[in-house]
Write a protein that binds this ligand. Structure first.
Ligand code: AMP
Ligand code: MG
Length: 391
């Protein structure tokens, strides 16, 4: 049995980012940037008005002053207007500042009188002007390699004239659930049978981390069927098999994988729940064997499969988002493995929920965060702890 850290580093060594490609900006949401990007233009890229109003020379813009309106500058082509003290230009939000003007007076603060205005306020130099480069300088880094492309990132890239960009690859994944006791939801349940729920869980978790689920099929605990299912699953970057990875007589996954010449790098990790976790490689695929118990499958997916998929997609940050919280109950880890306690983070407080057992799906469904409690660690109610958020 190896530690989580050893497992993570072995997986990271075995898995490389997939080749990057160029896509349209309009398709790039939630991908990871495949390189650093730098500003081609300052923002704003010219001095412009922040208001609808009048561009003036501040030194001649005292309250009660009468200024002659010598032209109009809407947002759009620069009319190359120029003003002197005693003059004003009718101007609109986003319009380029006329030469000589150093302030804008809001239209609400003047009285218009034919081709003149009378000021109700004093003009302040620089007022209501968006100065070139005040937001962003040319050459400044706007996106780092491995950063996730979000809505605002797309807007920033568009503002710089980018119409496409290089991003990390899409990861295609297959799921195989195993077990003779399992029945597809919607079908009739006979005594001794349970509904198959890991496929639903894993499909959702895969989608949450941006992978594409190509197939989800079920195999009986039968070597031939499992081998057939694995053959189909290995056409993907990632194959996830749930159940059948412990040491029971019906746990056929390892031997079935070996018949494909798979290299099993990891089997059994010191983690609770999830000890029987398996990782190997067969052909071009990374293969993850997750324990059948739903909570074990959930925890091992988040701790080992998610970071591997993100790495393939070119992400820089492989960790789940974290958050500090005040612990509501005492917790002690008496086991020989780090324990991932399921609980609910609400209003800055973390409460463990449900039965902390690997089959206890209801408790898991009520939780939104994990707390890792190290071996022998004893936490007291009121302590501030660091959570992993997954919801
Ligand atoms: P296994 O890892 O195959 O020994 O299964 C451990 C436990 O998880 C057993 O109680 C199984 O019935 C249950 N289990 C395995 N696979 C699934 C699944 N896909 N959906 C729901 N429960 C499962
Ligand atoms: Mg089984």
């Amino acid at each position: 049995m190896i530690t989580e850290e050893e497992a993570r580093s072995q997986i990271a060594q075995a898995i490389q980012p997939l080749p990057a490609r160029r896509i349209l900006l309009s398709d790039a949401l939630d991908y990871f940037a495949a390189g650093d990007y730098f500003a081609r233009l300052p923002l704003p890229n010219f001095d412009n008005s922040a208001m609808d109003g009048y561009a003036v020379v501040a030194s001649s813009g005292r309250t009660g002053e009468r200024l002659r309106v010598i032209g109009e500058q809407p947002a759009g082509p620069d009319r190359q207007l120029r003003i002197s003290p005693g003059e004003a230009v009718r101007i609109f939000t986003g319009a380029p500042m006329p030469a000589g003007a150093d302030a804008v007076i809001m239209q609400e603060d003047v009285i218009r009188d034919r081709d003149e205005i009378v000021l109700n306020v004093d003009a302040e130099p620089g007022e209501f002007i968006r100065k070139v480069g005040c937001d962003l300088s040319e050459g400044q880094k706007i996106l780092s390699a491995g950063e996730k492309i979000r809505a605002a990132t797309l807007a920033l890239l568009a503002s710089q004239g980018f119409s496409d960009l290089r991003v990390g690859a899409e990861v295609e994944a297959a799921i195989i659930s195993t077990g003779d006791e399992l029945v597809k939801p919607g079908e009739k349940l006979e005594p001794g049978q349970v509904y198959e729920s890991n496929s639903a869980l894993l499909q959702a978790l895969l989608k949450c981390c941006g992978a594409i689920v190509k197939s989800a099929e079920h195999s009986r605990d039968d070597r031939e069927s499992l081998i057939e299912a694995i053959k189909r699953g290995l056409k993907n970057h990632v194959l996830i098999i749930t159940g059948g990875v412990s040491v029971g007589e019906h746990d056929l996954v390892q031997s079935a994988l070996r018949s494909f010449g798979a290299k099993i790098d990891i089997w059994r990790v010191a983690i609770k729940p999830g000890k029987p976790f398996l990782f190997g490689r067969a052909g071009e695929s990374a293969v993850f064997g997750l324990p059948g118990n739903p909570v074990s499958a959930f925890v091992t997916f988040l701790q080992f499969v998610r970071p591997a998929i993100l790495r393939m997609m070119g992400a820089a940050d492989l960790d789940l988002p974290g958050a500090p919280a005040k612990l509501i109950a005492d917790l002690k880890n008496h086991s020989d493995r780090p324990h991932y306690v399921r609980g609910k983070l609400e209003g800055g407080k973390f409460t463990p929920v449900g039965r902390q057992e690997s089959h206890a799906l209801f408790g898991l469904s009520q939780s939104n965060a994990l707390l890792r409690v190290a071996v022998g660690e004893s936490l007291k109610a009121g302590e501030i702890v660091n959570l992993q958020l997954w919801d």
